[in-house]
Write a protein that binds this ligand. Structure first.
Ligand SMILES: C[S@@+](CC[C@H](N)C(=O)[O-])C[C@H]1O[C@@H](n2cnc3c(N)ncnc32)[C@H](O)[C@@H]1O
Length: 365
């Protein structure tokens, strides 16, 4: 991505207006406000008139379109600025977004790597919908991923620091902040969790979307730590939270946990950590999905991990089966945690609300 220059950024900010007035957000929202189904948008593209169809193909689906059609759909100056910024690239008479999608989120637009079919963005939308910082709050977004929670923080509160370890996502977040004119109050830092913060930085509100692997990553990756059961990042986020929260500060964490019939395995640990860290923790468990060796998710994990690390699928399946049997893993639970420092009036405590029903979705019922 080219460096952002002032003139081009001014042109970039005109893009959401052009798209909104063309009906871009409606084309998306007709399929649901927070359930992102790009495959459905694609299936229904025939019902969308030109030049909106070109704009949706180009920006929402990240597909190449004929350069002439794109130049008809976009103002000349905007198209030139997007090409200079590297948001659009031209090859063989076609324009494309070089691997980006522009997704609507509650009235705003965010740049994310191109999405296909049903996407993992769903969990990020789920967190973004819950982001409720107090007015004027200094916010922290850890494991910022595509920056959707950070975008909501920057919009609703006074400022946000987003921390993400993946440089490609950091680039997307930077672009999204610029697109929404938020760069004077929103900052993205490429780094490892709290190491990206200054020693004295404190926050009134923090959000995190922690990656929790349902199995020890060392089962498939020789580079992974041998003692990581899959929840190492989650534990690091939780462990240092009290240090960076202001006295009245609070936090929301989106996570998942393997578990059995009685609930998520992490629940017992949370109860213990609440006391040790001086936190009040309220855990909402929206749903659970089966993770036994006959389940669809088990198959996905086994085949996906084997492909990602070029391993024998049968071996991976056997290692997962043994590990799950040893740990009594039957389900994957979704979890939303609300945390704040305990006070004189409110002792540390961990409580849990379970809303799961057998046929529910993972994040939505
Ligand atoms: C649960 S994942 C986000 C999943 C997302 N919905 C997706 O589609 O990829 C959490 C994010 O945390 C980031 N992350 C993992 N470890 C991190 C660390 N130590 N410091 C900062 N970010 C980290 C990952 O790069 C990822 O973007």
């Amino acid at each position: 991505m080219a460096r952002l220059n002032e003139g081009d950024v001014a042109a970039l900010r005109f893009l959401p207006e052009v798209l909104r007035r063309a009906g871009y957000v409606d084309t998306f929202a007709v399929h649901g406000a927070l359930h992102v189904r790009f495959d459905r948008v694609e299936q229904h593209l025939g019902a969308v008139p030109e030049p909106l169809r070109t704009l949706v193909r180009l920006f929402m689906l990240g597909a190449p379109v004929a350069a002439a059609a794109a130049r008809t759909a976009l103002p000349t100056e905007l198209c030139a600025a997007l090409l200079r910024l590297g948001v659009l690239v031209e090859a063989d008479g076609q324009l494309s977004t070089a691997g980006l999608s522009l997704v609507p989120l509650l009235g705003q637009l965010a740049f994310v790597p191109r999405q296909t079919g049903t996407t993992l963005l769903e969990e990020e939308f789920v967190l973004a919908a819950r982001v409720t910082p107090p007015p004027g709050a200094r916010c922290l977004s850890l494991c910022a991923a595509h920056g959707l929670a950070a975008l909501r923080c920057a919009t609703l509160a006074s400022r946000v620091v987003a921390v993400e370890i993946n440089p490609i996502l950091v680039g997307c977040i930077e672009l999204t902040f610029a697109l929404n004119s938020l760069e004077d109050r929103a900052q993205v830092r490429e780094g490892d969790l709290y190491a990206a913060l200054a020693a004295d930085e404190r926050f009134d509100y923090a959000v995190a979307e922690t990656p929790v692997m349902p199995f020890p990553p060392a089962l498939v990756s020789p580079a992974a730590a041998a003692d990581d059961d899959g929840a190492a990042v989650f534990r690091r986020v939780l462990g240092e939270l009290p240090r960076v929260l202001a006295p009245d500060g609070w936090a929301q964490i989106l996570a998942s946990s393997v578990g059995d019939e009685t609930g998520p395995h992490l629940a017992a640990e949370l109860a213990r950590r609440a006391g040790e860290l001086g936190l009040r923790i309220v855990t909402t468990v929206p749903a659970r999905i089966p993770l036994d060796p006959r389940s669809e998710l088990f198959e996905l994990l086994a085949s996906g991990s084997a492909a990602a690390y070029n391993l024998d699928e049968g071996d991976v399946r056997e290692r997962l089966r043994t590990n799950f049997a040893t740990r009594n893993v039957k389900y994957l639970y979704s979890m939303v945690l609300t945390l704040h420092p305990a006070s004189d009036r409110h002792a540390p405590r961990s409580t849990r609300m379970a809303h799961f029903v057998p046929s529910g979705g993972f994040w939505f019922r």
